[in-house]
Write a protein that binds this ligand. Structure first.
Ligand SMILES: [Zn+2]
Ligand SMILES: [Zn+2]
Length: 118
């Protein structure tokens, strides 16, 4: 399922970071290549899973974080949005990730502890 988490990429575990990055490429691929691409992406957008106007910037932020962690990124994106479909809810997504992923939860709690003690 396509989902743009939209939270600070540093809070994502490796798996969710890689996953979201892949999904940004898939969303663009779907828009460009799938015969019903716009309808599919519109469905995700209506469920607040995606904001097409943020695809390029979000991809680039995720790619930067991948490289910062020493992972190779060799899939540049060059997408100019004309759809302006959807919106996301990063606060809700962050709560969702905390519930579903122990690794993300640890990262989120560590970062929150850091920011409150500093
Ligand atoms: Zn990429
Ligand atoms: Zn995770």
């Amino acid at each position: 399922m396509t989902r743009m988490w939209g939270i600070d990429p540093q809070l994502l575990c490796d798996q969710h970071l890689l996953g979201e990055h892949t999904e940004m490429h898939q969303a663009v691929g779907t828009l460009r290549n799938h015969p019903h691409g716009e309808a599919i992406v519109r469905g995700h957008a209506e469920r607040q899973q995606l904001d097409t106007s943020k695809l390029q910037a979000r991809h680039d932020d995720l790619a930067d974080e991948l490289e910062r962690r020493g992972m190779t990124h060799d899939s540049p994106m060059n997408y100019e949005d004309t759809q302006e479909l959807g919106s996301i809810n990063p606060e809700r997504n962050r709560a969702n990730l905390r519930n579903r992923c122990d690794d993300c939860q640890n990262r989120i709690e560590t970062m929150e502890t850091d920011s409150t003690t500093n």
